[in-house]
Write a protein that binds this ligand. Structure first.
Ligand code: AMP
Ligand code: GLY
Length: 426
């Protein structure tokens, strides 16, 4: 079987690694890919938003199955273009990817179908938003409606900050058209958990839980980033939490989408907050998380092709997902200065130390080849994942392996998964 994966980050490297393990796959293309993906797949220099070129390439190479890793092409409708060209493709159509593409849509859906989430109001007029905020309780959360590279969420401690936030999102359009609508949401407190799932339009099957560390600095300080590290499973995702979410959130979401005439096929990422009143949905994503995929997929024991094909064929009900009892920790190696400004082009040394290792993986996020060497090419450069008998061991092994790799201006957090130690005995 020939498979095309669309995307170029650490998540796509993790997807490509899983696809490469499948018995049935003999050729993988990745567009546009990166230097690490290039060791497993043939990288193709076509951008993820060039839908027609990608579809033409897939037809020309007789690709049997395509996997879309990234949110932008999904929200933009790449799946519809591939389907129209007769290519089997894993991911939600445009009318379902809106679950991630519009926060206002997601909130209205949850309200209509009684799915637990924070109280909210949607606004298209900044003056109305300001009037509402005059009488609101603080802190309060402002969210640009559309995709904003994970940056369109502002937590405002006072009316002054909220006024500034409305200006940033709706008037100055700092996040572009994503700010033409805005959600104003109640501030919640609690632990965050990421739960990824497969869906086939009717059935949903939950993968093992994970937790992301979004802030740049130790102790969850500093700016929000795309994710500085992850661990899986989350010790906070207890049996009770799981039962509650199965009853009120997962199937309810898939049923709601089907009832709206927008059946969801692909990965639904449930961003949950475990509040005192029970788990609530913070956000939905329409794809694997990055860097959640880098800890969840190495623990999955199924052939990923079996699962993705079952989704596309509407027979996910027959699949039983299996996850290793081992825990996983992923430490992101970034370029110092990320997420604001950083340099690129530094040679990376030590990557060969991962060759042949079964329990350590080095997923490339921002790398490329220059003059025959692999060099840094982004803010997040690599994600080093280790499996261990428990989270503590996995964490030790991940940090050990992180030190195998060297490049100038290398930066990482030193406390990925540390919440685990605090939770010991909980
Ligand atoms: P989102 O893109 O919706 O996941 O938001 C990004 C981050 O903002 C989340 O991971 C939370 O840490 C935080 N956040 C979003 N919504 C809320 C909320 N209603 N209350 C508290 N924190 C929130
Ligand atoms: N790690 C969060 C995300 O992928 O959106």
């Amino acid at each position: 079987m020939k498979v095309l994966v669309v995307g170029s980050g650490g998540r796509e490297h993790a997807i490509v690694r899983s696809v490469a393990e499948s018995r049935r796959v003999d050729k993988i293309y990745c567009a546009p890919g990166n230097a690490g993906i290039g060791a497993l797949a043939e990288c193709v220099n076509i951008g993820a938003m060039e839908f027609d070129r990608l579809a033409a390439f897939a037809k020309e190479k007789e690709v049997d199955f395509a996997v879309i890793g990234m949110d932008d092409p999904l929200v933009g409708g790449i799946v519809d273009v591939f389907e129209a060209a007769g290519i089997r493709v894993f991911g939600p159509r445009k009318n379902a990817a809106i679950l991630e593409g519009s926060k206002a849509f997601a909130k209205d859906l949850m309200k209509k179908y009684n799915i637990p989430t924070a109280a909210y109001e949607n606004f298209t007029d900044p003056a109305e938003a300001l009037r509402y905020l005059e009488t609101a309780r603080f802190p309060i959360v402002l969210k640009a409606d559309g995709l904003a590279l994970g940056k369109g969420v502002l937590i405002c401690g006072s009316l002054e900050e909220a006024k500034e936030g409305v200006r940033t999102i709706m008037e100055d359009r700092k996040f572009g058209d994503a700010g033409s609508r805005m959600v104003v949401e109640e501030f919640m407190t609690g632990r965050e958990v990421s739960v990824l799932s497969f869906a086939d339009g009717k059935t949903v099957k939950i993968m093992s839980s994970a937790q992301d560390h979004k802030r740049a600095k130790d102790g969850d300080q500093g700016l929000n980033t795309g994710g500085m590290g992850t661990f899986s499973p989350s010790p906070f995702y207890t049996k009770e939490v799981d039962e509650y979410c199965r009853k009120h959130i997962y199937q309810a979401t898939v049923d709601a989408m089907a009832a709206e005439g927008r059946p969801f096929t692909g990965v639904i990422f449930f961003g949950l907050m475990l509040t005192e009143e029970g788990p609530k949905v913070l956000e939905y994503n329409a794809r694997f998380g990055d860097p959640e995929a880098q800890v969840v997929l190495p623990r999955m024991e199924n052939d990923i092709m079996d699962v993705m094909e079952a989704c596309v064929d509407g027979r996910l009900k027959e699949v039983e997902l299996r996850f290793s009892d081992k825990a996983a920790v992923c430490v992101v190696l970034a370029s110092d200065g990320y997420p604001v400004s950083y340099e690129k082009g530094f040679p990376i040394r030590g990557l060969e130390r991962f060759d042949g290792k079964e329990d350590r993986f080095c997923f490339h996020a921002g790398t490329c080849e220059k003059d025959g060497r692999i060099v840094t090419n982004g803010g997040r450069v690599l994600g080093v994942t280790a499996l261990g008998s428990d989270l503590k061991e996995a964490r030790g092994l991940a940090y050990e392996a992180a030190d195998w790799v060297e490049f100038d201006n290398r930066y990482m957090r030193s406390d990925i998964g540390k919440a685990i130690d605090e939770a010991d005995g909980v």
